[in-house]
Design a protein around this ligand. Structure first.
Ligand SMILES: [Zn+2]
Length: 463
């Protein structure tokens, strides 16, 4: 039946669906022509997806299991025509199975990709073939036996997406489509941030990308002010591998150029900070990656990275990461056997974030950093760690002011007046009191840990 079926895979007709369109890009790259004979093209795609022993390559084998027979799909095309649920073309179709469209596992959760009716998903031959080719266009990252992350970059401009695959993703991806990451873990957001930091690091210079690849990246991330940035989206899917993949989360990230802008500014802030310390040896990219990577705790033989995931999520969504940094410092770091302070430059990075993303007043930030530093050192010197926990645990503005009062009394420290000038809505210099409290306890605990580390070293030298 399928012998004569010809398909048009032109990139000028995107379906708008990230998975099927990725497949169209892969098909165009593979065949370099717009009209395909279905059976011949299918053979080529299946060949690329199969192992020498006839199984399906990892990790596509989570979706195309041993019972699935993609090769026979042309004979299963219905004789009658119907509307394809993905591209809306009226044509012969098949009822989709998981291998044709991996990310419709639970229609109740991911309804936007699924027709509103209870019947199965209908796919035309073109979308089915593209659905299969999609497995050659993703990046993935496994963490242990229980987690698989998938990454699909998407732009509705499929010609540009094809170029992105050819000159950027192709050279960057590791063996078998493995994603390169600055760090990764079992959670979706931390691994996504790890991937993006790695991608960003290739814009300015790269030993893997060509000039063309770097130019495309800088255009995508809006470095070229003449051209509007490309709308590149990133879809990330996380779940548990097995005979059938169990999807836990699917997230879309669409503000990649805003994130890149932050990345650049962070590196500038770190270079500036290194200059004040007269340290020219620093690599701002690896320093930055280390700053985000540090939010983990060693437990038994493993690392618990939940704090890192929460902090990454806040940053990827341009929300407030400080409650999680505070939680990490007080609940995880300070309780370690030999707790150390945050990495050099951490607070430079987050001060910039507070100013630019959360619109905090710059002078207020300086006051918080300065006073927090004294507070932490004095608290360490007088063994008053409890005061820092009281500060951390303040539940309302009144409690916050009470703790400040205790600090003034017990540590004989003058409280900066700006903290006490409360504005309507319980704001301090335009910021919610709670954010001010949180930042103060972060600066203070970090200084405490610095001072403690210094004191321990002295003890060891004298011992
Ligand atoms: Zn279709």
């Amino acid at each position: 039946m399928g012998e004569r079926t010809l398909l048009n895979i032109s990139l000028s007709q995107p379906t708008g669906n990230f998975w099927v369109d990725t497949g169209l890009v892969v098909l165009n790259e593979l065949f370099q022509q717009e009209t395909l004979n279905l059976n011949e093209a299918l053979k080529t795609v299946v060949f690329k997806l199969q192992t020498d022993r006839g199984g399906w390559i990892y990790p596509a084998n989570n979706f195309i299991n041993t019972q699935a027979k993609p090769l026979t799909f042309p004979s299963k095309l219905k004789r009658t025509k119907g509307k394809c649920d993905v591209c809306t073309t009226e044509d012969r179709y098949i009822e989709a199975k998981m291998w044709m469209y991996p990310f419709i596992v639970d229609p109740s959760k991911f309804g936007t990709f699924y027709p509103g009716t209870k019947r199965g998903l209908r796919l035309c031959a073109r979308c089915t073939l593209a659905g299969l080719a999609g497995y050659l266009g993703w990046l993935w990252k496994a963490h242990g036996k229980d987690t698989l992350h998938f990454f699909v970059f998407y732009s509705p401009d499929l010609r540009e997406l094809q170029k992105f695959h050819r000159v950027v993703l192709g050279p960057l991806k590791l063996e078998g489509g493995k994603a390169p990451t600055a760090f990764s873990g079992p959670y979706l957001y931390e691994t996504t941030l790890g991937l993006l930091l790695e991608l960003f690091s290739h814009v300015e210079k790269s030993d893997l990308l060509s000039e063309e690849g770097r130019n495309l990246l800088s255009q995508i991330f809006g470095e070229d002010r003449e051209k509007p940035p490309t709308h590149l989206h990133l879809y990330v899917i996380s779940g548990k591998p097995g005979r059938a993949f169990n999807m836990h989360e699917l997230r879309e990230f669409s503000r990649l150029h805003d994130l890149y802008r932050l990345y650049k500014k962070w590196k500038e802030a770190l270079v500036e900070f290194a200059r004040t310390l007269e340290n020219d040896e620093w690599n701002p990219h690896s320093t930055l990656a280390g700053i985000f990577s540090q939010f983990q705790i060693r437990r038994d033989q493993q690392y618990d990275t939940l704090w890192r995931d929460r902090i990454s999520r806040s940053v990827l969504q341009f929300q407030d990461p400080f409650p999680f940094i505070e939680g990490f410092l007080f609940e995880a770091r300070a309780k370690e056997k030999r707790p150390g302070p945050l990495n050099f430059g951490t607070m430079e990075v987050f001060k910039y974030y507070a100013k630019e993303v959360l619109n905090m007043d710059e002078q207020l930030l300086k006051t918080l950093a300065g006073f927090g530093h004294h507070l932490g050192r004095f608290a360490q010197d007088k063994s008053e760690m409890g005061l820092l926990y009281a500060l951390r645990n303040a539940k309302n503005a009144d409690e916050f002011f009470k703790v400040l009062n205790d600090i003034q009394f017990r540590l004989e420290l003058d409280i900066p007046e700006v903290f006490l000038a409360v504005q309507p809505g319980e704001k301090i210099q335009g910021s919610p009191w709670k954010r001010v409290k949180t930042l103060l306890s972060i600066f203070a605990m970090n200084a405490y840990l610095w001072a403690q580390q210094g004191a321990k070293k002295k003890e060891e030298v004298n011992a």
